[in-house]
Design a protein around this ligand. Structure first.
Ligand SMILES: NC(=O)c1ccc[n+]([C@@H]2O[C@H](COP(=O)([O-])OP(=O)(O)OC[C@H]3O[C@@H](n4cnc5c(N)ncnc54)[C@H](OP(=O)(O)O)[C@@H]3O)[C@@H](O)[C@H]2O)c1
Length: 338
């Protein structure tokens, strides 16, 4: 079979004023060299649309292990693809499914070490595009225990839709979420088993949280920060554990660059109640992905967990898909399918 000689690639064209808009990107065909020694060529089936791109595009990624994205740079991120060509002396063969970090293009060419094989029996390979951060934050940083009252802020996104289910599987007695959308709040309770979902804009958030968790919260997976983190600390029980995994409030704010998210924390409560607030970064847990893949496969097979998705068809619509994260016109993990 002849290998493709061009790849369709999404690039940033202009430095956005505030949040990026579709006109800040181009999608064009570019020459694709033949694989060199040790390289693997993959046809992408799908790639992830994720809020971290806003941080990298906004220039706010100074402390991140990923490079900022400047005008003319190609976008990148988690992808699922099918091997077209691979070195004969390596483990990959044409047809194998792999995950890798070279999304936002229809074909990826890179060193073989960049590609992770997907078990042919994996029940829902697209689910692998969803981050392991919810599982990691709940198990490594918040240490969720049976009987806990758990709060997940930003519950309707990629991490939150899965995290609420995981909290329950880890034994949480009550799982509370937040979203800015009443319609998504309904879906989270009906489809994904959240006990209560709060919509901060509707009434003072602290008041809603006090009603949903009258005895306080034991564990928090915070994906939003800002006033939701402030209120969560105010609602914490003695010894509560916080996993600070994301900061959508600052990251997706048009007036910020995407790399800061200030929040007021009552330090007195942290001291007197013995609270633990721990930042979580997947990169600090190299053992996590393999463990997550195994648990995810088991829960998917047993029908105990689903990975909800918003699917956008075709690479040409990828820039528009990114802007849908900002308006909130998505539910679960947002993927572009090719
Ligand atoms: N630490 C790690 O290793 C790690 C790994 C993965 C992700 N993360 C972080 O975790 C957070 C969640 O990631 P995700 O992939 O699950 O994102 P996501 O929730 O899918 O992001 C999109 C959602 O964000 C919400 N949103 C949009 N603008 C907002 C704003 N100004 N304030 C608050 N919410 C807003 C909207 O949900 P509603 O309409 O429901 O409000 C939107 O649907 C992000 O900060 C991400 O960078 C961290």
């Amino acid at each position: 079979m002849a290998l493709p000689t061009t790849a369709r690639v999404v690039r940033l064209t202009a430095e956005p004023d505030g949040l990026p808009a579709p006109e800040d990107f181009t999608v064009t065909d570019e020459p694709l060299p033949a694989p060199g020694p040790g390289e693997v060529l993959v046809r992408n089936r799908a790639f992830l649309v994720f809020p971290g791109l806003r941080t990298l595009i906004g220039g706010g990624g100074a402390d991140l292990p990923l490079p900022n994205i400047a005008p003319r740079d190609a976008l990148f991120g988690p992808a699922l693809g099918e091997v077209l060509a691979a070195p004969g002396d390596g483990p990959l063969r044409p047809g194998d499914l792999v995950t890798h970090p070279h999304g936002w293009r229809d074909h990826a060419l890179a060193d073989a070490a960049r590609f992770t094989p997907v078990d042919p029996d994996f029940p829902d390979p697209l689910a692998l595009l969803s981050s392991s951060a919810g599982y990691g934050g709940l198990t490594r940083s918040a240490g969720v225990r049976p009987g806990d009252v758990v709060l997940v802020t930003g519950a309707a996104g990629a991490v939150g839709t899965v995290a609420g289910q995981i909290a329950r599987l880890l034994g949480a007695a009550r799982v509370i979420g937040t979203t800015r959308s009443p319609a998504k709040a309904e879906r989270l309770t009906v489809e994904l088993g959240y006990d209560a979902v709060l919509v901060p804009g509707e009434r003072p958030f602290a008041e809603q949280l006090a009603e949903a968790a009258p005895g306080g919260v034991d564990a928090v997976l915070d994906l939003v920060g800002g006033e939701q983190l402030t209120a969560a600390v105010d609602a914490a029980r003695r010894g509560a554990r916080f996993a600070l995994v994301g900061a959508l409030d600052g990251q997706l704010a048009p007036g910020r660059r995407g790399g800061d998210a200030p929040a007021v924390i009552d330090g007195f409560r942290v001291v007197t109640l013995g609270l633990t607030l721990r930042g979580f970064s997947g990169l600090d847990h190299p053992d996590l992905d393999a463990e997550w893949r195994e648990r995810l496969a088991g829960w998917l097979r047993a029908g105990r967990l689903t990975v909800p998705r918003t699917t956008v068809a075709g690479i040409d619509r990828a820039p528009e898909a990114l802007t849908r994260l900002f308006t909130g016109d998505v539910f679960g993990t947002t993927v572009v399918e090719l």
